[in-house]
Design a protein around this ligand. Structure first.
Ligand code: FAD
Length: 501
């Protein structure tokens, strides 16, 4: 059945790369959708799209694809990569969204967990967990329209990661189909090398078909706060102090972003700071002589109703050295807080920037280099903003398991710098080439200044670049590839290995 299906699909589809402008021709709708991603910069037509219902379906597709010398297989979560990582040029795309089962189970240690298909969106897990069971995963991404399998193949970070670790530090068990077509259930105790390899493994060692995620009681309410700093040094000192506080004495969520010190730019100016439509940014409070950028610390405290939250928040904010008067606060439900990016998505869809190209750049940079980065990149290359959020917030290496495949800077504290460009399509917005060349300039400065940094969602084309990216862990990455996907059939869009016969 599957052989006939593949043979038929391979005859139907040309299976070649198409140019970035998307040259015409009769393309099956599924193929068209699977030939691009959120980035909108790279396009490649697959030969076939398959919608698996089970791990056995995934295994069968992989085994059948192995019969062909050239075929590759890419699991596609929700296609929210930005550089073609979920594409399979001339190969088979597995549309993982069909694997969407969710079940409450007890983990080995008795902990309540969600057993979820890899194609479940984090937003679906949130709604199901909270509405049906009052339970929630501990670690999130900012945006929840991402799949469990997709973020676990990278890391999955947001404002909880400083305390709870990234999403890859919050998994008890995985079901994986390797590049040999073998279905394996793995965990930190069983087949642990595959378990850790797949976490942050960029889809290279297996297709995740199911993940077991520990759940915690969902708090009813969240106090959500933003405060503003005139200097990066002031922001950095406070945010680093905050992420080092003992769990019971600190906030539950800590992020921050740089924004342009002027009005009239809702995406990255003063207007991007107030929470909700009723508060306004009083620019007269910004000290004279402040630079082109200001910095916003964003924190949240989860709480029960009527539990003295005002007093706790006052005490926690008192030692911080932000500009008094530039505080913004909202009281929202837990689900509302975690879904906060939905509003930005609606606005971006309405103004056309959701469907425009997104040449994003995400960098993890050592805390000892981030001030230099602020002076020589933020305040110079990026001083006019990027048409979207410029996140900059700290993460703690101790919360990341070194056995996973993610490459990190060497330092104990490092910052995520996320340049999330939301420009309108050219010619209303800038040409995409100018944004890509700005990214290149930033990376050039990172290298020439000798920063200790790694790309988050790395996007390299050559082996020497990948060797540099993984550093001393490159040999382990290659060994894992040889062990779990020896013919390099999986996730070709990452451009790390070439398909072997
Ligand atoms: P895809 O883009 O479809 O796939 C990503 C990679 O994983 C591909 O190589 C694919 O082959 C592989 N893959 C997908 N599913 C599987 C599977 N089941 N098994 C094995 N490999 C698989 N990231 C954060 O960490 N924090 C954020 O706050 C955050 N916010 C974002 C906001 C937006 C608007 C967007 C577009 C992205 C954001 N991301 C964030 C990035 C996101 O984590 C990545 O795009 C990630 O790839 C998940 O997206 P996806 O589920 O659509 O996966």
């Amino acid at each position: 059945m599957m052989i006939a299906y593949l043979d038929q699909q391979l005859r139907l589809a040309p299976g070649t790369d198409v140019d970035p402008c998307g040259a015409g021709g009769e393309i099956h709708p599924d193929l068209a959708a699977a030939s691009e991603d959120f980035g909108g910069v790279v396009r490649a037509l697959p030969a076939a799209v398959h919608r698996p219902r089970s791990a056995d379906d995934v295994a069968e597709v992989i085994r059948q694809a192995l019969r062909y010398d050239h075929l590759t297989v890419a699991a596609r979560g929700n296609g929210h990569s930005v550089a073609g990582q979920a594409l399979a040029p001339g190969g088979i795309v597995l549309d993982m969204r069909t694997m969407s089962r969710m079940e409450l189970v007890r983990g080995d240690g008795g902990q309540i967990c969600a057993d979820v298909g890899a194609g479940v969106l984090w937003g679906e897990l949130l709604e199901w967990g909270v509405a049906k069971h009052g339970l929630s995963p501990a670690s999130w991404t900012d945006y929840l329209g991402l799949t469990v399998g997709g973020t676990l193949s990278n890391a999955g970070i947001s404002g909880q990661a400083f305390q709870k670790g990234p999403q890859i530090s919050n998994v008890d068990e995985l079901e994986v189909v390797t590049g040999d077509g073998e279905r394996v259930v793995c965990s930190p105790k069983s087949r642990s090398d595959l378990f850790f390899g797949v976490l942050g493994g960029l889809g290279q060692f297996g297709v995740i078909t199911r993940a077991r995620i520990p759940l915690i009681p969902a708090p009813p309410m969240v106090r959500w706060i933003r405060v503003v700093y005139a200097s990066f040094e002031g922001y950095k000192a406070d945010v680093e102090w905050l992420v080092g506080r003992p769990e019971r004495e600190g906030f539950d969520y800590i992020e921050g972003f740089a924004f342009v010190n002027r009005g009239g730019d809702p995406a990255s100016g003063w207007e991007s700071v107030p929470i909700g439509p009723s508060s306004v940014f009083d620019a007269s409070l910004v000290p004279h002589g402040s630079g082109p950028l200001l910095y916003c610390l964003e924190v949240a405290l989860y709480h029960q109703l009527h539990d003295g939250v005002d007093k706790r928040v006052d005490e926690m904010l008192r030692p911080l050295k932000y500009i008094r008067g530039l505080e913004f606060t909202a009281e929202v439900s837990y689900v509302e807080f975690l879904s906060r990016v939905n509003l930005a998505e609606s606005a971006a869809r309405a103004n056309g920037s959701w469907h425009a190209p997104h040449p994003w750049l995400n960098i993890l940079i050592s805390a000892s280099d981030v001030s230099h980065f602020d002076r020589h990149v933020f305040q110079s290359v990026l001083k006019d903003g990027i048409g979207g959020p410029m996140l900059v917030y700290p993460l703690l290496r101790a919360k990341w398991d070194p056995r996973t495949s993610v490459a990190l800077p060497d330092s104990d504290v490092f910052f995520l710098v996320a340049l999330l460009r939301f420009n309108q399509p050219y010619p209303i917005g800038p040409p995409v080439e100018s944004l890509i060349s700005q990214n290149r300039e930033i990376l050039k400065r990172c290298k020439s200044n000798g920063y200790d940094f790694k790309l988050y969602f790395p996007n390299y084309k050559t082996e020497p670049e990948w060797v540099r990216h993984f550093g001393q862990d490159w040999a382990r990455f290659v060994d894992r590839k040889a062990m779990y996907d020896p013919r390099a059939i999986l996730s070709p869009g990452q451009n790390i290995f070439s398909r072997a016969r």
